[in-house]
Design a protein around this ligand. Structure first.
Ligand code: FES
Ligand code: FES
Length: 214
């Protein structure tokens, strides 16, 4: 069947088999191999591209269904040597390990920021539910999306990320839980009656503060 599509701003016409999947059309006819095939169950999201501005798993669409559409793949995001904020975020926050899931992650996350420029962490995780990372680097992927949102909003960090950074540190070990570290410079306080008695032994009522200790 004859199809005509615009991919990354270029027009293409091809005669394709009616059962050809879009992902195979992109990879085999156009040599755009950024969209990966990571499963045969439409679960992994490694094949995500944009079709008319919507993120789509290109393994779930026939090439003929994209006839007349505008398709953007990972190869079409950067303008020359200039990465998008999302691509830069994955670089800055080390949002990838083997990189197999990365094109799909970036395409899904980019679509998220187009409809919600300041997503919460929960919204980011929800939006990426259809993208699996077999290296399990989800924390840094979320940080990368937050970085991109911050860049787009001009703050260098989105409000939700700043809120999270301001959260108090939580103890990580049982020892820290029992003896939480005090802030540096915070005054020491006696922790037992004996310590208190020893610190206050011999302090006279009219002695200047800090004097009169044995
Ligand atoms: S290859 Fe499309 S979802 Fe896995
Ligand atoms: S970075 Fe390896 S699968 Fe995600």
């Amino acid at each position: 069947m004859e199809i005509s599509v615009t991919v990354n701003g270029r027009s293409y016409q091809h005669n394709v088999p009616p059962r050809l999947l879009l992902v195979h059309y992109l990879r085999e006819y156009l040599n755009l191999t950024g969209a990966h095939v990571g499963c045969d169950t439409s679960q992994c999201g490694a094949c995500v591209v944009h079709v008319n501005g919507q993120s789509v798993k290109s393994c779930t669409l026939l090439a003929v269904q994209a006839n007349g559409s505008e398709v953007t793949t990972i190869e079409g995001l950067a303008k020359g040597d200039t990465y998008t904020p999302m691509q830069q975020g994955f670089w800055e926050k080390h949002g990838l390990q083997c990189g197999f899931c990365t094109p799909g992650m970036i395409m899904s996350a980019s679509a998220l920021l187009q409809r919600n420029a300041n997503p919460s962490e929960t919204e980011i995780r929800h939006a990426l539910e259809g993208n699996l990372c077999r290296c399990t680097g989800y924390e840094n992927i979320v940080r990368a999306v937050q970085y991109a949102a911050g860049q787009i909003n001009g703050s260098g960090s989105n409000g939700h990320a700043m809120h999270e950074q301001a959260k108090p540190e939580t103890p990580e070990t049982p020892a820290e839980l029992e003896h939480p570290q005090r802030d540096e410079g915070a005054p020491e306080h006696p922790e037992t009656v004996e310590e208190w008695q020893s610190e206050n032994a011999g302090v006279s009522d009219d002695a200047p503060a800090g004097e009169g200790r044995s």
